[in-house]
Design a protein around this ligand. Structure first.
Ligand SMILES: [Zn+2]
Length: 142
């Protein structure tokens, strides 16, 4: 198993049910490996902040074709390997996790509570922006 950090594998970075279903090649280009490794170190800090050994990645790297297939905008940090969608059931609901991450010192660019179902986090900067995205649109997380 190729790993990108102590607890995350390359398989978790590139795996996508949508890519598998549509036959999209979602292999990681080597030039994005350093982005992925930076994001993986961020995820290691998320594990520590949440005191959890079970962060389940639902989407990490997405090539442009896959990103378009899931209806995401083409500037998404997923396309550069910097963003991760995840849940962490042992640490609470996605909303509780967003709250915990805001209180933590995890150096994220953006954390988003998405559709009441998962947490999106990105590490391409340290703006520490917190948002909600759902069927009503995008707004500050409050
Ligand atoms: Zn995302």
């Amino acid at each position: 198993m190729n790993s990108v950090s102590a607890h995350f594998s390359l398989e978790e970075v590139t795996h996508s049910q949508t890519a598998a279903r549509l036959g999209i090649d979602n292999d990681l280009p080597m030039e994005l490996m350093q982005n992925v490794k930076k994001a993986a170190l961020g995820m290691e800090l998320v594990r520590l902040a949440l005191n959890s050994n079970m962060c389940i990645v639902s989407s990490w790297y997405r090539c442009q074709e896959l990103n378009a297939a899931v209806g995401s905008k083409n500037t998404s940090a997923h396309t550069t390997g910097f963003a991760i969608d995840f849940t962490c059931p042992t640490a609470g609901t996605p909303e509780q996790i967003v709250r915990a991450l805001i209180k933590s010192s995890v150096p994220f660019q953006q954390v988003i509570y998405e559709f009441g179902t998962w947490v999106h986090i990105s590490f391409n900067g340290e703006a520490r922006q917190a948002l909600v995205i759902d069927h009503l649109g995008t707004r500050e997380f409050a």
